[in-house]
Design a binder for this molecule. Structure first.
Ligand code: ADP
Ligand code: MG
Length: 321
């Protein structure tokens, strides 16, 4: 029902950045090679995500807005090995219940347009569209003013959106991302699979030159990625990114393990930049922890920590510092 969707929206959609995250992850799950993110007024006026992915078949498009409608899980067993980013089927109905949402989608042949305002279906009709999906979300939170009050300043909300876009781009160097705010381009990645190019697009060419490749392996995982030389630091841990099987994870132990890899090379209160990919058996990762799917519980945390610390330590030892 509309009410249930609005309640669920409270958990899944806290702010404009949550909309961007959910829609971009849907585009990634749909095997897109190009994702355009256009935002106006920090997302409160308009958020538009255009992808060139699989699209939704005509007959399934309206279903995608029903609660717990997901095409990504067929059996309970699948829950144990979630590869896709989304799997709860909550995002689209939640977003559409608290905004004015238009989705246009095509699998390559005919296309469909669905327009929902505050959870009510306004239009469902055939539409001309190239293969892929475009979702435009206007007037977010128009019917939940209480939620709007909790939002921070436009610049803070935009910073959170930028943060999400950066992370998605870092986790998918093989996808070309373009991100604009009020018509101004804030990020463009080539989609050629070059992580260092993405780092350069986000943190700047000079910083990218001071990043070194790190690899490693032990009995539980394989590690690859880049870390900054100890001379390139930031005042917060916010520039350390850990990906587990392609999914961004927030895990304090792993962050600490990365910092530990620097030994005593970092000044007090300074932190490195790092993008570290860990690949491990998905069956050992519990991803079903929190609706926003960021707090991930990992059975093999100590082994992963050791791998991070020793790989970074060994790599930095090869530099003449
Ligand atoms: P979930 O991602 O958890 O499955 P969502 O509510 O985010 O749930 O999306 C519902 C369904 O709509 C998805 O399972 C997928 O089948 C379809 N869908 C949503 N966005 C896209 C997209 N950009 N491209 C293709 N299919 C999509
Ligand atoms: Mg989703």
């Amino acid at each position: 029902t509309v009410l249930t969707n609005q309640i669920t929206a409270g958990e899944v959609i806290e702010r404009p950045a949550s909309v961007v995250k959910e829609l971009v992850e849907n585009a990634i799950d749909a095997h897109s090679t190009e994702i355009d993110i256009n935002v106006e007024e920090a997302g409160l006026k308009r958020i538009q995500i255009i992808d060139d992915g699989d699209g939704i078949p005509d007959g399934d498009a309206e279903m995608a807005f029903k609660r717990h409608a997901t095409s990504k899980i067929a059996t309970p067993d699948d829950l144990l090995r979630v590869h896709s980013l989304g799997f709860r089927g909550e995002a689209l109905p939640s977003i559409a219940s608290i905004s004015d949402t238009v989705l246009t989608t095509s699998t390559g042949d005919s296309g469909t347009l669905i327009h929902i305002t505050g959870g009510d279906l306004v239009a469902h009709k055939p539409a001309q569209a190239r293969r892929g999906t475009s979702v435009t979300v206007k007037d977010l939170f128009f019917n939940v003013p209480a939620r709007k009050k909790y939002l921070k300043s436009a610049s803070t909300e935009l910073a959170r959106i930028t943060d999400i876009v950066n992370r998605e781009a870092l986790s998918h160097p093989e996808i070309s991302f373009s991100f604009t705010h009020n018509g101004r381009e804030l990020l463009h990645t080539t989609g050629r699979g070059d992580l260092l190019q993405v780092i350069s697009a986000i943190y700047g060419v000079q910083t990218a030159k001071k990043m070194v490749a790190v690899t490693g392996q032990n009995e539980v995982a394989t590690l690859s990625g880049f870390v900054s030389l100890p001379e390139v630091t930031r005042a917060s841990r916010g520039y350390i990114s850990v990906l587990l099987n392609g999914r961004f994870v927030r895990n304090q132990q792993l962050n600490k393990a990365i910092i530990a890899g620097y030994g005593s090379k970092l000044m007090v209160g300074r932190y490195p930049i790092g993008i570290l990919n860990l690949e491990m058996d998905p069956a050992l990762v519990d991803v079903n922890v929190h609706p926003t799917k960021q707090e991930v519980r990992i059975s093999q945390e100590p082994e992963l920590s050791k791998l991070l610390t020793s790989s970074i330590f060994d790599r930095l030892a090869t530099e003449n510092l």
